[in-house]
Structures are given as C-alpha cells and as structure tokens.
Design a protein around this ligand. Structure first.
Ligand code: CDP
Length: 797
C-alpha cells in the first residue's frame, strides 16, 4: 500500500510500485500499428541522399584521391573529401574523450571502414554506385591489431598526426590506494589471479545510425533529424565543431530503434551530412547500412584485465588489485565523464566489504574503430562487474569453496549503508543478503547442486556427454551520472532539465531533456507526474528529443533517465503542486497552510467538503482569479536536477546451463534474476528492461565478439558473423525483486535499464565454467571454445 509522508505530504519511500503500476505502454499504440516515426520515415522536400566511401585497409597512407569520375555521374550532386573539409576547418572533429577524430581521412586511414569520401546524389542507389567511381590510391602500412603489442618498441605509430608522438600510448589512470592494497595482499592467506579479456563487442541496435541535415540558406537555421540519445549535447557539439550559432541549430530525435550507447557520440557521417547540405543547398540524408554500423560506429568493452583477489583461509575477502590494458582503437572516442578515462570502472570492488582495492588502467591506440561506448552500462561497469564476479569464482575454484557461500559471507550487510567503498563510491542503499537469498531460493540452489552431482557421475562413468553448470553473479551498478561537480562530458555538467505545464483544462505537457530509445519513457514519466499531481497518465504528454521544445540536459545513457530526469520530473511536479496550493487557497479563500493534499485535490483542513481538484485549480490558474501579488498566474514550472549522488541498483543472478561436451554446445536451461532498482515506477517496464539485458548477457557470454584478422580485416561485419541471441537461445526468465528505495531520489527509484546487461555475462560464464570445471576461459564461450576448454586447449579470442 502506498503511504504518504506526514511531513512533506508526498508519497513515502516504501516498496510499493507507483500508482498505475504496470499500466500498458502509451507509445505501443503507435509501435504495434507500425506508426512509429523513425529516421527512415522522414522525407523532406528535395532531399538528397549520401553514402560514405570507406577504407579497405586498417592502416595505409593516402597517396591520392581522384573524384572526377564520381563527380561526372549524372545524378551526383557533390563529392566531399578530407581536402574539402580541411578547407572548412572540419577535417578533424573533437571526440568525447578530448582527442580528435578524422571526419574524412586526409593523411592516412587508421582502421578498416574509416570514412574517406562522402558522395551526395539524387537517390541512395546513385550515391552508392558513385562510391565505386572514387579512385583512391593507398600505400598500405603495417597495422597494430593486438593491444598487447601496441606499446612494443617497433609498433608502427598510429597517431602521427599528433606532433611529437612516438608511440601508441594514450593514458595511464589509477584509482584506489596502491600501498594499502599491497599491504592487504601481503598479509592475505590466499591469493588468486586471473588474466581475462572482456572482448570487443557492439551495441548492435536494430536501427542503424543516421541523420538528415537541412541548412536553410535564408534563415541560417540548421535542422538535424538524427538518431541521437543526447540531442542537447549534440547541438552544443555541432555549435562548437562547426562554429554555427547554437540558437540556430535544432536537433530532432524521432523514434529511435534502440540505442544501447551506440547513439551517444557524433559520427563523421553526421558532420558530412551538414556539410553536404551547406554545399548543395538541399537537405541531405545519410544512413548507415548494417556492415557500416558494425565496422565503424562505436564498439564497446575491449578490456584486457589482470585481476588478483586476496582472502583469509576462512573465506573473508580482503582486497582486489587489477591492471587493465584498454584498447581504444584509432581515435580515443570513448564515452564517459571527462575526468574518468576508464569511466566508472573503479566500482570493481563490487558488492563486497573489502579493506582495499586498486586499479591501474592504460589506454592504447590500435588500428580499429574508435568507440568504447557505454554499451548498456554506466561507463565500464560491465567490465568491472565481470572482473570481480569472475575473480570470486576463480578464488572459489582454487580453494574448493562454494561460490554461493563465498558471496553470501562477504556481501555488504544492510546496516553498512550508506557504504563508502575502498575506491570512494558511496553506495546509497541495498539489502544484498536478502537479494541473494531470494535468488538462491527461487533457483532451488541446493537441489541444483545435488542434480549436478548426479549429472557429473553419469558423465564420469562415460554414460553421457552432458554436464550441468550453476553460475552466480551479484552486481552493484552505479547509475544516474552526475552530480555535475564531479561528472561532465566535454565540460557539460551532467544535470538534466524538466518543464511541466498544466493547461487550463487540467491536461499536462512534460518536456524532458532525456530521450527514449524504446524504454517506455512516455509512459513511466507520465506515471511520475500522475503520482505527484493526481492527473491521469493518459492526460499527460511527454515531449522529448527536440531541442527547440525541451530543456537542456545531457540525455539518456548509463541508465540515467530515471535517476536524473525521473527525479527532475518529480521535483517539477512538486513545484507545480506548490503553485496549485496557492491557487487553491485563493479559490477557497483560506490560507495555503490550511490546505491538505489528497492526491488530485486540496481540501480545507477540518472542512473536507471545501475542496479544489487539480482540474478546477488548473482552470482557475488561467482565469481572472485574484492571486497574491507575488504569484504569477498559470500552472507551470521548470527544474534542473543535479543529482546529489548516483543510485546503486543491485541484483543476484543464477544461471543454469547444460553443456554437451561432445559438441561444446551450451544451452541456458534456467535464469533466475532478482533485481533491486528501488521503487519501481512500472514493474512491467522494469521486467521488459531486465529481459532484454539478460538476453544481452547470453549473447555476450556465448556468441558475440568483434574479431579481426592480423591485418585488421573486420570479421564481424554482418549478423551472419556477429551473432546476436534470439528467442531460441533464451530460456523463460524467472524474475524476482527486492526493493530498497534510494534515500536521495525523490521517489526512491534507481535506474534499471542496464542492470541485466551488466549482471548477466558473469553468471552465464560462471555457469559454463562450473559445468566443465575449468578455472577460466574468455568469452564468448562458443561451441569451439567450450569444446577446446573441455579438452584443456583453451581458445583466446
Ligand atoms: O536511462 P534509461 O531509460 O535507459 O534507463 P532507466 O532510467 O533505468 O529506465 C528504463 C525504463 O524503466 C524507463 O521507462 C523507466 O522509467 C523504467 N523504470 C521503472 O519503471 N522503475 C525504476 N525503478 C527504474 C526504471
């Protein structure tokens, strides 16, 4: 039951979902009818189409580019090269990590698939055809593909565009107390270590990236329709890169077919589309195909990690130490708060009470696409959770301990919250032991272990090739970046705005800086306003994605919408309610202090019949009602929410797999996921988010990898080669929940969009390795990898 806080009159932070609970998603009315409006549905009058010529080499000097044949194509309107852009000062653009990236190559190409020329034509086919008419002469160079050789003395220097550069080193970064961690390791009884690779993977949204740029030569206004998760940040970056006045730039994100971090950055094609529109005087549309998306727009992960974990004889975890070699590709374009080159990786002490921890991260250039995006995770937390959850299992394996028991005895206890980790994060709330216990109960952990024994005996007797594995993970995420003081991207502080306007008839419009990509914001944010003001969610329109119509903010990624924009929504609704109280007082001719709030209406204390509903208040606020001198009419408010801390969702996952040792094939038989994301706004939406993330985890653990040959040829440029999980590989998910509200979030909610993507890869990996009793093998655990691991000849990706 929902209760009301007697002091504030607002909904108390308890475990119940918000009003309207699992209401159906408002946006689905258009999606299920095929009425979504995606980039490809937008057709502007006179619109031209563009295509990008990409490098076939991973590393090569450009000797010459001859565009004359392409320009002579009857339907081609412009061919743009790096030289054209250099004339405009646009051949290079800043990345999100304070590096620069080539928009169109001028001197060298540095990864296979890099942008070399941009052709604008009257139709898409002609643009593509004309690419074949651009004649580029390359002088191939040796490529650096394996990050572990990027710093070799004889490694070719990739970024010789940077003056004085003699190697491929980007940065060294540390977090934690190295000396204290060394001390802990010196006095530990047992230490386990493990080298692991979190392989390069791709967010692979169903809709690829693209944009339509339209520069109005008369007004000087640039309108860009684009698949961006961060429209406002894009507008500012366009203004900075192109020197265009920011107030004359309008970014419009239409419906987006999945983002997962792939649609945060600015890609060369977007900049070229703007230049194409300026050059031709017509709107220019550029959309990637699938291979272009997989080859050139942001990869994720690619962390080579060496982790060590220290413990006592009786299984008390003491500390973790890790060194990371981060492969950042040819341009350092990783997405994370500027002051943190490894993002939030230093949350890797996980869910355990550790005395000390330390990490040292080195970033290097290689001849691969730039990126390092926060693919469905809050800036490298996926890597951090994989590291700690694998280390715990490696330790359990080395010592013959039960992995569930090892976790149970070391998890943070409820009374330790708020808890400051050895790396400085302040975890806000959680009941970790209950979350784990719920998952183990749901899974029937003891029975599963008994069954596993029987399966193994049949295997050992040679009666069956099958083995069974049980894998656990317990994760803590840190989501909802800022606060702006410690977190910014390119100097833009991570805070978000909200505007709420109640029309005279009581219908509302909420305008937000975040941007949905399928997460259901039009429903859940309306539910927050409904809860705060007592207006039906059906009467609340949520506007996002158009910079001319919405307040500034940093956008949607890293599960930050609910923690930041959700909080902004509650706060702006509360401001409106404060205004409504004054209007109601004037209507009822009492003092505002004499009014009591009852969802949807103010009543006079002691005279409940004297009341004004929100509808009546809304009309009165726009009428000739006499209001106090310092109170403006109308019923609206704005708010900028600067989060005081991140929110820390957590979860306990149990995965059960069957492994056919004859073929190496893994079948995920069961998956139990108990998530705690604080107060759930819409439990159905939350479950949908978790389902998607769990499928991601199966993909990551068993099949997804961006592979390259030694020359840097990309081996995963289609969905035939870069495998994604489908319903066939997914079991029927078994979901549970615990609810510990975030104490600093106005409605007690924590983010959840990426919890399962973060938490599930180690659970699946641990399950497979548990089945075959192998200490470690890198993801993806493909049939070939498992087959070889069973036979003691593991594959390295
Ligand atoms: O930033 P993003 O929207 O990707 O992630 P999120 O903030 O975790 O929210 C994902 C979806 O789940 C949104 O529609 C949220 O409103 C909803 N959600 C919820 O209903 N309850 C929560 N405690 C957290 C998220």
């Amino acid at each position: 039951m929902t209760t009301t806080d007697p002091d504030t009159g607002f909904r108390a932070l308890d475990a119940t979902p918000m009003g309207y609970g699992s209401m159906r998603r408002k946006e689905d009315a258009r999606f299920v009818r095929g009425k979504g409006r995606y980039l490809d549905d937008i057709v502007l009058p006179g619109m031209l189409h563009a295509a990008i010529l990409r490098s076939p080499h991973a590393h090569a000097r450009i000797v010459s580019i001859d565009t004359s044949a392409a320009e002579a194509h009857p339907r081609v309107r412009a061919v743009i090269t790096g030289e054209t852009l250099a004339g405009l000062g646009l051949a290079w653009m800043p990345t999100l990590s304070h590096d620069v990236q080539s928009v169109l190559a001028t001197d060298k190409v540095r990864f296979q698939g890099q942008e070399v020329a941009f052709v604008v034509a009257e139709d898409r086919y002609s643009a593509r055809d004309a690419l074949a008419l651009v004649d580029v002469e390359y002088d191939p160079l040796p490529a650096v593909i394996d990050a572990q050789h990027a710093l070799d003395a004889d490694a070719p220097v990739i970024r010789d565009d940077q003056e004085g550069r003699t190697d491929n080193h980007i940065f060294d970064w540390e977090a934690g107390d190295a000396a204290a961690t060394d001390d802990v390791f010196a006095r530990a009884d047992v230490v386990s270590s493990c080298d692991m690779l979190y392989p390069r993977s791709h967010p692979a949204p169903m809709e690829t990236c693209g944009s339509i740029a339209s520069m109005d030569p008369v007004s000087g206004k640039l309108t860009v329709y684009t698949t961006t998760q961060a429209p406002h940040a894009h507008r500012t970056v366009y203004a900075l890169v192109a020197g265009l006045p920011e107030h004359k730039i309008q970014i419009i994100s239409p419906d987006i077919g999945g983002g997962f971090g792939n649609k945060v950055g600015i890609y060369p094609g977007y900049v070229c589309a703007v230049v194409g529109s300026i050059v031709t005087g017509a709107p220019v549309k550029w959309t990637e195909d699938r291979s272009e998306n997989l080859m050139s727009t942001s990869f994720a992960r690619d962390y080579h990690m060496r982790g060590e974990i220290a413990a006592t004889h009786d299984g008390k975890l003491l500390g973790v130490r890790v060194t990371v070699l981060a492969d950042h590709g040819a341009f350092n374009g990783t997405a994370q708060p500027s002051k943190m080159p490894a993002g939030l990786f230093h949350v890797f002490s996980g869910s355990y009470d550790l005395a000390a921890a330390h990490c040292a991260v080195t970033g290097v250039y290689t001849n691969k696409a730039p990126g390092g995006v926060a693919y469905a995770c809050s800036f490298r937390i996926t890597e951090a959770v994989y590291l700690i959850e694998r280390l715990v299992d490696v330790l359990a394996h080395d010592q013959g301990w039960d992995p569930a028991e090892l976790r149970r005895t070391n998890l943070l206890r409820s009374e330790q919250f708020p808890y400051t980790t050895a790396l400085g994060w302040e975890y806000d709330s959680g009941d970790y032991p209950r979350t784990l216990a719920t998952a183990l109960d749901m899974a029937g952990y003891d029975e599963l272990r008994a069954e596993q024994k029987q399966v193994r005996s049949a295997y050992e007797r040679g009666e069956s090739p099958m083995l069974m594995g049980i894998g656990l993970s317990f994760f803590t995420e840190a989501v909802g970046a800022g606060p702006r003081r410690t977190m910014d991207i390119l100097g833009l502080g991570m805070a978000d705005g909200a505007e709420l306007r109640i029309h005279p008839t009581g219908k509302a419009v909420l305008r937000l800086s975040c941007m949905t990509q399928g997460q259901g914001h039009q429903t859940t944010f309306a539910q927050i306003v409904a809860e705060e003001l007592g207006i039906s969610p059906d009467d609340i329109e949520v506007v996002q994605g158009d910079t001319d119509q919405t307040p500034f903010g940093l956008g949607t990624y890293g599960s930050r919408s609910t923690p930041v924009s959700g909080a902004a929504t509650a706060m702006v609704a509360r401001k409106v309610r404060d205004r409504a109280r004054i209007v109601a007082a004037a209507m009822l001719e009492v003092s505002p202090d004499d009014l009591e709030w009852e969802k949807g209406a103010f009543r006079v204390a002691g005279d409940p019949a004297a009341a004004a509903t929100m509808n009546e208040i809304a009309m009165a606020a726009h009428s000739d009602l006499e209001l106090p001198d310092d109170v403006e009419g109308h019923l609206d408010a704005t708010c900028v929410y600067n989060p005081p801390n991140l929110t820390y969702p957590c979860g306990a996952y149990v995965c059960v797999v069957d492994v056919d040792t004859a073929t190496g094939q893994v079948k995920v038989r069961r998956f139990v996921a108990v998530d705690d994301c604080g107060v759930r706004i819409n439990p159905m939406v939350v479950e949908g988010q978790v389902h998607g993330g769990l499928a991601d985890g199966i993909g990551m653990a068993l099949m997804e990898v961006m592979a390259f040959d030694t020359d840097g040829n990309h081996l995963g440029a289609s969905f035939m080669d870069y495998l994604l999980p489908t319903a066939m590989e997914c079991p029927s998910w078994e979901l549970g929940e615990t609810v510990t509200p975030s104490p600093h979030h106005p409605i007690g909610a924590k983010g959840v969009g990426e919890s399962a993507t973060v938490g599930s890869p180690p659970a699946v990996t641990n399950a497979v390795l548990d089945a075959i009793r192998v200490r470690h093998a890198d993801m993806p655990l493909t049939p070939a990898a498992v087959w070889r691991a069973v036979r003691g000849t593991p594959l390295r990706t």
